[in-house]
Design a protein around this ligand. Structure first.
Ligand SMILES: *Cc1c(COP(=O)(O)O)cnc(C)c1O
Length: 465
């Protein structure tokens, strides 16, 4: 007869002699009580943690096991997508969701999301219609373009453009100074390769002339791509062919010219605050680019989307490409973008769109808020200093721009900076600041005034734990 391993306590899990028993899933779940996670999720985490224990040389006491599992459950809860307070000063922070949406865009999304909508239904004719025709028309209007189309993001817009224009002639001409990487894992040469296009590098890193392009054009050239240096600047002995000059060459050679702007401000940002000029889609189209591509969630301040604007025949061809169907946006995105674009047309963008509004808050206002927070945290065991800072726009936008800002610098008396940062990060809502030169920084440029009280509460909680 087979001798089965001795069950231990309330458990049927076999264990080597001399080892403390691994508790059962049920025992752990009972001891956890309210776990703040749905039961199947909690069960999966408990199983995973118990399996990990099984691989360890010794099993800790039940209390320690429970602590570990609670901490794993908390980590899981923290990993859910949730609001955070952005204390980094980076207005378009890709890790923190880039552009916060306008109230109007959020209302439009929630109304459309709650029920049915005419996302692809023509209410005039009472039949199937195109997706978001008003959005496309309004985008074209703002970009001074014949037509516009919207896909998931600017990377998708580029893939679509490359697939469409390199079907027969596979070569794409790009300056060596524009073979850029944008954020994590997005490299122009990789996108090209993934799209089946063949990269033909032109010129050098710092100098690319019109003649370089002219020499490189061949019967195999399907497209000239100009890429905006959206997240870095080059200075010194630098020159590149202008859009206008390239457009003349492209027309002569009958090759489409596409300019990838990346950010693409829809208003002159330098008129809002003192930052360098960010090229607008209308400008590059006026200079002769056939198409331009840009993001919905960078300076534009809308939801994640990629916008393509320019010649109507090209936009039509892109929309007929089967890939377009795979890259199209969801109704909520279309709704939010449509509403965001209306703020531009109504002339209310600068105050309604958070990205633009945050840029314009004066340092005096930030300073007053910082001092109020300083006063409200006076009784705590830490020094709070109000200092001037430089914010970045971020997200691949206005790389040379420094926006004057105001920081709270926290110096705890009896807590390490690391521990403070951890406690603030684990608070609800989570606070994301920066550790820099021996203190913890919260840049108020990216903190909404409505969050000041939450910030104070989080700092208090960090010291009352
Ligand atoms: C940001 C950026 C992209 C990618 O845009 P996503 O909307 O993030 O896909 C492409 N090109 C340039 C120049 C950019 O700055």
């Amino acid at each position: 007869m087979n001798r089965r391993p001795q069950a231990n306590g309330d458990d049927a899990i076999p264990m080597p002699r001399g080892r403390r028993a691994i508790p059962s899933v049920e025992k752990v779940l009972q001891a956890l009580g309210e776990m703040g996670a749905a039961r199947p999720v909690a069960v999966a985490i408990v199983r995973r943690e118990l399996a990990a224990l099984r691989r360890e040389p010794s099993v800790p006491e039940f209390g320690t096991v429970l602590l570990r599992i609670r901490s794993a459950l908390n980590d899981q809860t923290l990993a859910r997508i949730q609001p955070v307070i952005n204390g980094t000063g980076i207005i378009l922070h890709t890790n923190l969701g880039r552009a916060p949406l306008s109230d109007k865009a959020i209302e439009a999304m929630s109304e459309a999301g709650r029920g049915y909508s005419n996302v692809e239904f023509d209410l005039v004719k009472g039949e199937r219609g195109s997706r978001a025709p008003v959005l496309e028309q309004n985008l074209a209007l703002l970009c001074e373009a014949e037509a516009a189309a919207v896909v998931n993001n600017c990377a998708a817009a580029l893939v679509l453009v490359l697939r469409q224009f390199t079907r027969e002639k596979r070569q794409v001409l790009i300056s060596r100074g524009e073979l850029v990487q944008i954020g994590g894992g997005f490299r122009i040469p990789d996108i090209l390769e993934a799209s089946g296009a063949e990269l033909r590098e032109v010129g050098t890193t710092n100098q690319t002339s019109l003649e370089d392009y002219a020499r490189a054009i061949s019967p195999q050239t399907g497209l000239i791509l100009k890429v905006h240096r959206s997240n870095f600047t080059m200075s010194g002995f630098v020159s590149s062919a202008s859009t206008a000059a390239l457009a003349a060459l492209a027309r002569e050679e009958n090759v489409p010219l596409v300019e990838d702007l990346g950010s693409g401000a829809l208003i002159a940002t330098e008129q809002l605050i003192s930052v360098p000029h960010e090229p607008t889609p209308a400008e590059v189209l006026r200079q002769g680019a056939d198409l331009t591509t840009f993001s919905g969630d960078k300076l534009l301040g809308g939801p994640q989307a990629g916008i393509i604007a320019g010649r109507a025949d090209y936009i039509g061809a892109l929309k007929r490409n089967p890939i377009f169907r795979a890259l199209r946006c969801d109704k909520l995105i279309l709704c939010a973008l449509e509403t965001t674009i209306e703020s531009y047309l109504n002339g209310t963008a600068a105050r309604e769109i958070p990205t633009l509004a945050l840029l314009q808050v004066s340092c005096d206002t930030l300073c007053e808020r910082a001092e109020a927070i300083q006063a409200m945290t006076r009784e705590l065991p830490l020094d709070v200093r109000v200092t001037s800072a430089q914010s970045q726009v971020g997200g691949g936008t206005l790389p040379g721009a420094q926006v004057e800002s105001v920081c709270l610098e926290l110096l705890p008396h009896a807590l390490t900076l690391h521990e403070l940062s951890l406690r603030l990060r684990r608070h609800k809502p989570s606070i994301i600041g920066c550790l820099s030169s021996g203190s913890y920084h919260i840049d108020l440029r990216t903190v909404f005034p409505r969050q000041d009280e939450q910030l104070v509460a989080a700092i208090r909680a960090a010291f009352n734990d």
